[in-house]
Design a binder for this molecule. Structure first.
Ligand code: MG
Length: 324
């Protein structure tokens, strides 16, 4: 299939950045929110295929307690298999670490890049982390400090940045406070999660302005857009125009949205690639390889990948038949 999918006509917008980093979250954020439990060997193949497609960052799994995320209960096996397959490169794959116990597991595995997952709202911190908004920092502080002391890279997620299912609107200053706190602890990148996909472009710009004003420039920020309400690419375009150049996506749109009972959650890697390729923005990632990977993964899921670009491209010829 590789060389046979249609590609967008390239019409650059000179006012936009010419390069974007795609941070792939499918094997972790995607699979943890899928009903189907994917076999370990398939997870390992998925990570390798995504790396082979050119993705510079592939979050491989989560070292959370299996009771909370049974879909990723095989984290150690996945990492060990990746080390056998990829050698030293496997240790640089980012892995989610929820607490100090998770950090110890990451350390034992020899991993060099972790991600922590915080909340901008008290309600979600209590539901997801069993901590109040303030108490979550007490949990992350030693994790980030110890990881940095061990020379690990640390990415921090802030979830519910644009709305919360229990609290509704989330004030900008609350998100800024959470982001600042995590960066002050020693994280190198802040990923702004629109966990329920309710954000809109003006809101994205306002949050980025507020973060910049608080001393967090666009080059330490990433946008983790969800497409639950069809806003993901619009929000990415707004952030791109603002100056953000790192975006989180999942292959095929893996993941769904557990808080909206929607099949559509994470922005699909293919959908972002179609837009960026059309804009002439370099990513180093192959759209045909992504389509091929989602097609390969599809039989292991209980539904077809929701990515619009994938659905449009799968099995189509490169170009429409020539007119006679
Ligand atoms: Mg997500």
């Amino acid at each position: 299939m590789s060389e046979q999918v249609r590609r967008p006509q390239v019409v650059p917008d000179p006012s936009l950045p010419d390069r974007v980093t795609i941070y792939e979250v499918g094997p972790r954020d995607g699979l943890q929110n899928e009903k189907a439990v994917v076999p370990t060997a398939v997870k390992v193949d998925l990570v390798e295929r995504l790396l082979d497609a050119g993705l510079p960052y592939v979050e491989a799994t989560s070292l959370v307690h299996p009771r909370w995320v049974p879909q990723l209960a095989d984290a150690e096996e996945v990492v060990a298999a990746l080390v056998r397959r990829l050698g030293d490169r496997a240790y640089d794959l980012p892995v989610l670490v929820p607490n100090e116990r998770g950090l110890e597991r990451a350390y034992d595995l020899g991993l060099r890049h972790i991600a922590v997952f915080a909340s901008a709202t008290d309600s979600f911190a209590r539901r997801n982390l069993n901590r109040s908004l303030d108490e979550q920092y007490a949990m992350f502080e030693p994790v980030v400090a110890r990881a940095r002391a061990a020379g690990m890279r640390v990415r921090a997620y802030v979830s519910m940045c644009f709305g919360d299912p229990w609290e509704g609107d989330v004030p900008l200053d609350q998100v800024v406070a959470a982001g600042k706190r995590l960066m002050d602890l020693g994280a190198e990148q802040l990923s702004l999660g629109d966990t329920i996909g309710v954000g809109t472009p003006g809101h994205v710009v306002a949050l980025l302005d507020a973060l910049n004003e608080a001393g967090l420039p666009d080059d330490v920020l990433a946008l983790h857009a969800h497409d639950t309400y069809g806003q993901a690419l619009g929000n990415v375009a707004a952030a791109l125009r603002h100056g953000v150049t790192t975006f989180d996506t999942s292959a095929g749109g893996l993941g769904g949205c557990p808080y909206a009972e929607s099949a559509t959650g994470n922005l699909a890697t293919e959908d972002l690639l179609w837009m960026l390729e059309g804009l002439g923005i370099r990513t180093g990632v192959s759209l045909p390889r992504l389509v091929e990977t989602s097609a390969w993964l599809e039989p292991h899921l209980d539904h077809a990948p929701v990515s619009r670009a994938y659905q449009a491209l799968r099995g189509t010829p490169a170009q429409p038949a020539a007119r006679r």
